[in-house]
Write a protein that binds this ligand. Structure first.
Ligand SMILES: C[S@@+](CC[C@H](N)C(=O)[O-])C[C@H]1O[C@@H](n2cnc3c(N)ncnc32)[C@H](O)[C@@H]1O
Length: 237
């Protein structure tokens, strides 16, 4: 279904992942996030490289389940569970529908990812989710993930990022608006969404992400993908 949420919204409240967002989410994310499809494809590649037999894969902030599907479809290992977590009831309903009949043993859990104990994991994915966690809580979440990962396991984090260089920041933000405009969003939709989401989606810069992985104890981390102001990081234990 096409995302036209902000064409007729005049009561601009903070953005939430409710039924109306869940119903258009797949269209919204593809038209708003440059490189989204590549982020999902890379999850498939990393599943093959970092997955392990007899371990769990986590999709934290699963929304409609695109990451969970990529984990299942690309998994060459044995005896794995794919745990998809989201705190939006509407998203978990949509996720359950999308995962039905797909390859993989799925558990779909409606919960706050900060309350989930990560256990026996070889892959954990936070695809466009960490940015919705309160900044002060983010290190604790990454530490918790690190503790629950097996040696050699991987954390994949994709996020909207910001740049401290003012000119670079202005240029890239403008290109992101051009990207949305080219995908059919009007000026009003772009401005309204920005206003609705600005208190909810808090970006970090690239250095903050690396510092957080480092503090948690990850042996290596790198940015494996970037398109405009969206980046995806791989951290290996
Ligand atoms: C931008 S979407 C993630 C997109 C999805 N991972 C994908 O790749 O298509 C962010 C999701 O995180 C969920 N979310 C935000 N904060 C959360 C929290 N504290 N616990 C669980 N889910 C959360 C939202 O409900 C939403 O579905």
């Amino acid at each position: 279904m096409r995302d036209d949420i902000f064409t007729h919204k005049n009561d601009l409240v903070d953005f939430i992942f409710d039924a109306s967002v869940a119903s258009v989410f797949d269209d919204m994310v593809k038209r708003s996030v440059p490189g989204y499809q590549s982020m999902i494809e890379m999850v498939g590649l990393f599943t093959q490289k970092y997955g392990q037999n007899d371990s769990q894969y986590y999709d934290l902030g699963a929304s409609t389940g695109a990451v969970a599907i990529a984990l299942g479809a690309n998994n060459p290992y044995k005896n794995n569970r794919i745990i998809a977590v989201d705190n939006s009831v509407e998203m978990t309903k949509k996720c359950a529908k999308n995962l039905a009949g797909k390859a993989g043993n799925f558990d779909i859990i409606c919960a706050n990812i900060e309350d989930i104990k990560i256990q026996n994991a070889s892959i954990v994915v936070l695809n466009l989710t960490l940015q919705f966690i309160k900044p002060a809580q983010r290190q604790m979440l990454i530490n918790n993930i690190y503790q629950g990962l097996r040696q050699g396991g991987a954390l994949i984090v994709s996020e909207k990022i910001h740049f401290n260089d003012v000119q670079k920041s202005a240029k890239i933000n403008k290109l992101h608006i051009d990207f949305k405009r080219a995908n059919g969003y009007s000026e009003l939709e772009i401005a309204s969404k920005r206003q609705s989401i600005e208190n909810v989606l808090i970006t970090d810069d690239e250095q903050t992400h690396f510092a957080r992985f480092n503090t948690a104890g990850f042996a290596h981390s790198l940015c494996h993908f970037q398109c405009l102001n969206f980046a995806s990081f791989l951290a290996v234990k």
